[in-house]
Design a protein around this ligand. Structure first.
Ligand code: PCA
Length: 320
């Protein structure tokens, strides 16, 4: 009897008032970063358009789930959505490595093209893993931070370089440096304790980690343009009604467009902040560019050899 009453009560509550569904979305980077800001507006758009029925809470800066654990937590359904840096997935499947290959795509236009070329394979792999691709946000181009000016790779020989993905580890090797994987929140400590001496990342992450406290030179090699992706657990998505699903897909489309629109201005602003804080920003020498481009070529070949069919398909879509 008691059971029946409570079942009725719950039934009454559910049908009487519309109840908000609460979702969680861990993201890896801090609130000052463009991808995080876009994540907040994405979540807000969903909340507004569902009139609060789907309430997505963004947990930035790895506060709910550590960056390296985010893909697994979305896959298992522990959280419904999550953001991840594509490059860190490089060891799971070589298709993800398109994101961190030096000199494959160095302008936003090419980066967008490369993303269109890689997206079908990425979406398919995510689907196999129980996830669905929602949107991607590009970072500014990746450039070199060092204490001394760098005119050629010889100037870096033997230094300890930060890596943030399997590809950047390989790159550090090929540059004659020693790679150490360090996540963004740990950059200041890694510099101050001498675990790293150089890094290649965006002006945004340089600003975020106050790189000027540790290194003086920024050599603007602009070697690649990586991305974060936002994914949703497939089962969680399918449980939603069609209208809510469409609201998420529309918000994702808007988020991706916003990212490509805003990233260039953000790159310029953050580079200016590096200068304001006393860093020397220099164009790369012809020698350094030549050496790095040769490494990029070698890495492209290595990458292709890992999965000739899949990577060949990405490259031919990109090049045509
Ligand atoms: N910042 C992130 C990823 C790429 C970037 O610009 C990082 O350094 O880890």
């Amino acid at each position: 009897m008691l059971k029946v009453t409570s079942a009725l009560l719950i039934g009454g509550l559910v049908s009487g008032a519309s109840f908000a569904e609460k979702w969680h979305m861990p993201t890896p980077y801090g609130d000052g970063n463009l991808p995080t800001q876009i994540a907040y507006s994405f979540a807000q758009e969903i909340k507004d358009k569902t009139q609060g029925e789907l309430d997505v809470t963004v947990h930035s800066g790895g506060s709910l789930v550590k960056h390296t654990e985010i893909p697994r937590s979305v896959k298992s359904g522990q959280v419904q959505m999550g953001e991840v840096f594509l490059g860190i997935l490089g060891n799971e499947n070589p298709i993800y490595k398109h994101d961190n290959i030096p000199f494959l795509a160095t302008t936003f236009e090419d980066a967008k093209k490369l993303w269109e070329a890689a997206k079908p394979a990425v979406s398919q792999q995510l689907d196999k893993d129980g996830m669905m691709m929602l949107y991607a946000v590009a970072w500014p181009a990746q450039s070199l931070y060092s204490e001394a000016p760098v005119n050629s790779l010889a100037d870096l020989a033997g230094t300890k370089m930060r890596a943030y993905s399997p590809s950047t580890s390989r790159l550090a090797d090929l540059m004659g440096t020693t790679p150490t994987t360090v996540q963004v929140p740990d950059i200041p400590q890694a510099f101050s304790t001498g675990i790293i001496q150089t890094m290649i990342t965006s002006p945004s992450t340089g600003v975020d980690s106050q790189a000027w406290d540790y290194v003086k030179n920024y050599t603007d090699v602009q070697a690649w343009i990586p991305k974060n992706i936002v994914v949703v657990n497939k089962r969680a998505f399918r449980r939603l009604d069609k209208a809510t699903q469409q609201i998420i897909l529309d918000a994702a489309k808007n988020a991706e467009a916003e990212g490509w629109t805003k990233v260039a201005a953000r790159a310029a602003k953050d580079k200016a902040t590096l200068i304001e804080n006393g860093m020397t920003v220099a164009e790369p020498s012809a020698q350094l560019l030549k050496e790095l481009q040769a490494i990029g070529k070698a890495m492209t070949e290595e990458w292709k050899a890992e999965a000739p069919k899949d990577i060949g398909a990405i490259l031919s879509r990109y090049e045509n």
